[in-house]
Every structure is written in structure tokens, then in C-alpha cells.
Design a protein around this ligand. Structure first.
Ligand SMILES: NC(=O)c1ccc[n+]([C@@H]2O[C@H](COP(=O)([O-])OP(=O)(O)OC[C@H]3O[C@@H](n4cnc5c(N)ncnc54)[C@H](O)[C@@H]3O)[C@@H](O)[C@H]2O)c1
Length: 316
């Protein structure tokens, strides 16, 4: 059945990909974003778009009649969160609470919250299971605050809420404009520009990368499947790659001949992420896009859509 769905953070990387996928499946999408990080060019023209801040109490009306809400809007650049922890808490905790309150008042049928693998950053046993978390950094703590209110609203008001802990999502429309862009976009842009890719630290950090269409498969499943109500799921690939391995996989396709350069490591980043996806798989979901294919599609997108713009940091 076709639904009326609200997506917060619709101008961002995951939100814009999700909106397209929902629209293609025949759903109606109302999108909310304050364009602090996302861009209008990401937003599909079929989206009923509203430029608004998730902390604004007046957004309540935008949730009227919604069957489901995907809450993705967040401040999610680690270094920006560290620099301005009050803003991180205001957006990720208070903003989430405002979205939950609006969803409660509008009697929204289901809320899906975008949580993060950073919840596991203080735990050194791998793969990470949903059952034990230890958020440490400002970003992780603020996303955890949002998730805690999801749990609270589920208990207090019996709302149907699902929490998804994304690992490193990659693919088209990844936010390459950040001061420190996500590793894959950063490498691809530099190598296509004839510059040597920059690695922070030794390049041995390992990340569980998941292609955005696999994440969207899970979104669609969570929308329809009542078994996901009131539960938390890891959304990762269950495999991880070091930064150096990612460089080698990109170089295999680009054949740039450009060796990486290194600069000092970034503070507050986990050494390893790796998802235990047993619970997610038990629902019948399976990550389908392998890393070489995901990188090929990411390179294609950057070649066609990014390289004509002068890549530079959005905010210093
Ligand atoms: N991309 C990943 O690898 C990843 C991993 C784990 C979790 N997540 C979570 O997934 C969600 C989406 O991430 P993304 O990668 O698409 O990020 P993104 O930065 O591309 O998108 C976030 C969007 O939220 C908007 N936004 C920020 N503050 C807002 C506010 N106060 N009001 C309204 N809109 C606001 C931004 O303008 C942006 O368009 C986030 O909640 C993030 O924490 C992402």
C-alpha cells in the first residue's frame, strides 16, 4: 500500500537517496531539511520539500497525516560535533525529541531513527552486536541521546519505533563538501583531479562499508515489517576494509599511479568497525552490493556529477 512518508534530512546523502527510492516505490514523500549540510540539488523534484529546522516547534503540522517518519537529519561531522558539542546535542538530542513529539501528536504509524555504529566506539570486541554499546565521543553521545528518547517514547506511548545503526554508508551523493570528506569520496575526487590521496594516520583503520541501496532495502523492509517494531538493528555489510585496502581498490579501477600521502591521525575515531548482522539477516535482508561494484558506481557518480564543480570545503 502506498504511504505518506516524512523524511528529515532529505537534502543529505542518505535522505536524498531514500526519498528517491520511496518515490520510485509509489510512496508520497514530504521532506524536511534546513540545508545546513545538504543541498537542494540532491532533492528529487517529486518531494514536497520544506526548508525547516527539526528543532522548530512549528514543524508539527508537517507531520499531520504521515504514515511513517524516517528521522535522518543530524549534525554528523565528528570534528564539527567536537568543536561545538552544544550544537550537536541541540540538533541530535533536542531535534530528535521535537521530531518524536510531532510524530506522537500526529499519531504517525511508525518512526525509523538513523542511529550510528559510533555507539560501539568504546567496545573492542568484534563484530559488534546490537546488545552492548559504549558511546564516548560527542557525536556518538548525542546520537545515543536521540536513541534514548526513541526508547522512552516507545515505552511511554507505545509508538512503533525502529532504530537502525548504520555503519559507513557510501555511494552517490555522499557529502563530499565536508571539511574532511568521507574517505571514499575524498580519495576518488583527489585521484580524478590528479592529486595524491591523503590518509590520516597509517591507513590501517578498518571500516564496515555498506552501499546506500542496501541501506534503503532495509529502510523499505522496516517500513512494512512489524517484526522490526521496538527493535535495534545493525545495518552494515558484516565485512571491513582498511583505508589502505580502499585506496588499492580505487586505484585498481582508476589506475592513477598516484600514491597516498599521510598526515597526522584524526582524534576520536574508532580503529575498527564491524557489524554483526545476524539479527538483520534473520529478517530476510542481505547486503547485495559488493565493494568493487559500489566503488565503481561511486566513481561514476563523482565523474559525472562532482568533477565539474570545484571541490572545496563547505565551511572552514
Ligand atoms: N553516512 C553515514 O555513513 C552514516 C553512518 C551512521 C549514521 N548516519 C546517520 O544517518 C543520518 C544521515 O546521514 P547522512 O550521511 O545522510 O548525513 P548528511 O549530512 O548528508 O545529511 C544530514 C542532513 O540533515 C540536515 N540537517 C542537519 N541539521 C538539521 C536541522 N537542525 N534541521 C533540519 N535539517 C538538518 C542537513 O542539512 C543534511 O541535509 C544521520 O542521522 C547520521 O547520523 C550516517
Amino acid at each position: 500500500m502506498h504511504k505518506h512518508i516524512v523524511v528529515t534530512g532529505v537534502a543529505g546523502f542518505v535522505g536524498s537517496n531514500l526519498a528517491k527510492r520511496l518515490l520510485d516505490a509509489g510512496h508520497r514523500v514530504r521532506g524536511i531539511d534546513n540545508l545546513s549540510a545538504g543541498t537542494l540539488e540532491n532533492v528529487d523534484s517529486r518531494v514536497d520539500f520544506h526548508e525547516a529546522d527539526i528543532r522548530d516547534p512549528h514543524i508539527e503540522g508537517l507531520f499531520e497525516g504521515a504514515d511513517a517518519v524516517f528521522h535522518l537529519a543530524a549534525k554528523n561531522c565528528l570534528s564539527e560535533c567536537l568543536k561545538d558539542p552544544l550544537a550537536a546535542a541541540s540538533i541530535n538530542v533536542v531535534g530528535t525529541l521535537n521530531v518524536l513529539e510531532a510524530s506522537r501528536k500526529a499519531r504517525v504509524g511508525k518512526v525509523i531513527y538513523a542511529d550510528t555504529s559510533a555507539e560501539y566506539e568504546g567496545i573492542s570486541e568484534f563484530p559488534s552486536k546490537e546488545t552492548s554499546i559504549r558511546p564516548i565521543g560527542v557525536y556518538a553521545a548525542s546520537k545515543h541521546g536521540g536513541a534514548a528518547f526513541c526508547e522512552s517514547y516507545r515505552e511511554l506511548y507505545r509508538m512503533r519505533i525502529t532504530v537502525l545503526r548504520y555503519f559507513n554508508v557510501y555511494g552517490p551523493a555522499q557529502d563530499w563538501r565536508r571539511v574532511i570528506p568521507p574517505v571514499m569520496s575524498a580519495f576518488i575526487i583527489r585521484m580524478l583531479s590528479g592529486e595524491r590521496p591523503l590518509i590520516y594516520g597509517t591507513g590501517e583503520k578498518r571500516r564496515d562499508f555498506i552501499y546506500v541501496s542496501d541501506v534503503n532495502d532495509f529502510h523499505l523492509l522496516a517500513l512494512e515489517d512489524a517484526r522490526t517494531d521496538g527493535r535495534v538493528f545493525n545495518v552494515g555489510s558484516g565485512k571491513n576494509f582498511s583505508v589502505l585496502e580502499i585506496y588499492a581498490l580505487i586505484e585498481e579501477q582508476l589506475k592513477s599511479g598516484l600514491a597516498p600521502t599521510h598526515s597526522p591521525d584524526l582524534p576520536g575515531e574508532a580503529q575498527i568497525t564491524l557489524a554483526d548482522i545476524t539479527e538483520s539477516r534473520a529478517l530476510g535482508w542481505e547486503p547485495k552490493v559488493d565493494i568493487r561494484e559500489g566503488l565503481r558506481l561511486s566513481i561514476e557518480y563523482i565523474r559525472e556529477r562532482v568533477m565539474y564543480e570545484a571541490p572545496g570545503p563547505r565551511n572552514a
